[in-house]
Design a protein around this ligand. Structure first.
Ligand code: ZZB
Length: 258
């Protein structure tokens, strides 16, 4: 699986993360790294998600930068040459997902360039980096989770203002208009992020509709088909040093190398 790894620079740590991390970073800038299959949607990021039951590591990239992601992802990155020296994982420290919530980060290429880290129930520790950038206009999981958080901020232990950015229209599809994910969530009568079966179906529909029938509404490739813009946005993000290629070994190879 070939992902695009998005570098989201930490602008201000949550109080819990600040207390725990600041002395351990050796002055490095830290980036939360999110794995996405949809670089063309990055204009519509409204927040970022971490798993509350997941332990994250902070890994040195070099003397100046560090990445926050799962250990498993850092190991893959090291072998792919995204960490130096190649093949070596230098872990600076580790931290619980819950403590990162409330951190303010930079969302590259997004129309809202500064967003907050929020909690999500369904982040898989075994996929991508364990960090998910959130595009509620085009990802049903993201839209439903953001909706849940807004309904019950105290329950989820967040400040309402962290979830204040509304979904941003970035892609138009003939069947669902310019808010594909909310429209599909409504059509399938999804009520909460716990409706995982319907959300998986919604994701499948949203992927197909966006890729085959979507048109860009914003950005440099406005008016172009998503299928054409996808690779171009990816290349721009990589050229800007806001992203890098991240591949995930599949099936048997995962369990062998994990
Ligand atoms: C931004 C985005 C915008 C995404 C969108 C999707 C959509 P897949 O297809 O199953 O491989 N993701 C990444 N890592 C995780 C994880 N550890 N746990 C849960 N979700 C994760 O899924 C890849 C997509 O799932 C990634 O692409 C990421 O969300 C999320 F408009 O990034 B995506 C219709 C989907 N639209």
């Amino acid at each position: 699986q070939e992902y695009t790894a998005i570098k989201m620079k930490v602008l201000e740590w949550s109080d819990a993360a600040k207390a725990e991390l600041e002395s351990k970073l050796g002055g490095r800038d830290v980036f939360l790294v999110a794995a996405t299959l949809r670089p063309e949607t990055m204009y519509g990021q409204t927040n970022c998600f971490v798993g509350t039951a997941i332990k994250y590591g902070v890994f040195a990239v070099n003397d100046k930068e560090a990445y926050l992601c799962t250990y498993r992802a850092a190991r893959n990155m090291a072998f792919q040459g995204a960490l130096t020296p190649r093949g070596e994982v230098k872990q600076l420290t580790e931290i619980d997902g819950t403590k990162i919530v409330g951190t303010r980060i930079k969302a590259p290429f997004a129309i809202n360039p500064e967003v907050y880290v929020l909690p999500m129930d369904n982040v898989l520790p075994t996929k991508g980096t364990g960090v998910v950038t959130s595009v509620p206009s085009d990802s049903p999981d993201d839209f439903q989770t953001l909706t849940d958080l807004r309904k019950k901020p105290e329950f989820y232990k967040i400040k309402a203002e962290w979830a204040a950015i509304d979904p941003v229209p970035v892609i138009s599809t003939p069947t669902y208009g310019d808010m594909t994910a909310p429209a599909i969530v409504k059509q399938l009568k999804i009520q909460s992020q716990k409706d995982t079966k319907q959300l998986a179906e919604a994701k499948e529909i949203a992927y197909k509709e966006g890729f085959y029938n979507g048109t860009m509404l914003v950005g440099e490739f406005k008016g172009e088909a998503v299928a054409d813009a996808k690779q171009k946005v990816r290349e721009q993000m990589i050229a800007a040093n806001d992203a890098f290629a991240y591949a995930e070994p599949e099936g048997l190879i995962v369990s062998r190398s994990a």
